[in-house]
Ligand binder design. Sequence first.
Ligand code: SF4
Length: 303
Amino acid sequence: MNNYLVSKIKIGISACQFGVNFRYDGKGNDITENLKREKNEFIWFPVCPEVASGLGVPRSPVSLRGGNGDDFWQGNAHIKNRDSEILDEKVKNGNLFCFNQLKEQNIDVFIFMEGSPSCGVYRTSLKGKRLGNPPGIFGSLLLKENIFLIPSVDLQSPIKWWDWRRRMYAFIWLKNQDIKTMQEIYDSWHIVKFLCQELNRKESDEIGQILANGNLSEHSITDIKNKMLLLLRKPSSIEKIKQSLWKNYSWLHKKKKINIEEVMSPTNIRNMSHIAKELVKLEVISREENLLFGASPIYRERK
Ligand code: SF4
């Protein structure tokens, strides 16, 4: 089992985060500029469920009333604009249109504008610390699919992007593995287990325990794969990332006599961009040495 991703990753994105001025107030932002040249490594699919619903730009801002996006799809919540117009039917059609387009394209990832009553996943309001009523209408559709979801704001932070990117690669790689046998699930666990352990030790230990007991049916193997995929969707923290960076580096240093000047101990104070540089350096060296870098186990094979 190799640990390479070969095909280009297809990423759906809220259009207003891809430089399109589709927000209700006629504004937009190109958050992908933060990726610089790396942007070209992906195929982008910008969509705007509100514009696809025929609401126009500029438009009266909409809000969910009576529940969240899940309730909306069950007919128990409504979407209204500031003039109290109920827009349920239009909005359903626009959301389904965008969603089906993304499904047809087989996207693996969606970068969403957090805080929107449409695209928001974990909050539908941008007012202070209020979460609103998540998920939004489009967010509700995305959450039900096996799609890797990234909040657009995290593309602005080099370290957060590094965390999302390594988990995104691992998620897509694992999702694409056709795992049917015990050996195949062991092999895939061997590749992603260090990353999973960093993300959540307790849940990882549970997976390890189930695998150690052995003798699983094909159905249970799929369940374990899904548990691993769910784990990979969860963000890490700066502290955990720094610890894992140091652990991996110490191992490389001790076993392979590799010295990387930039890598500092977790107690050294340095900014986030520096930590991101250390991580990328370690990734590159691990790859050159053909070693499994546990914290970022899947490599992109560039053609
Ligand atoms: S958040 Fe979503 S619905 Fe709102 S403007 Fe952006 S893409 Fe359109």
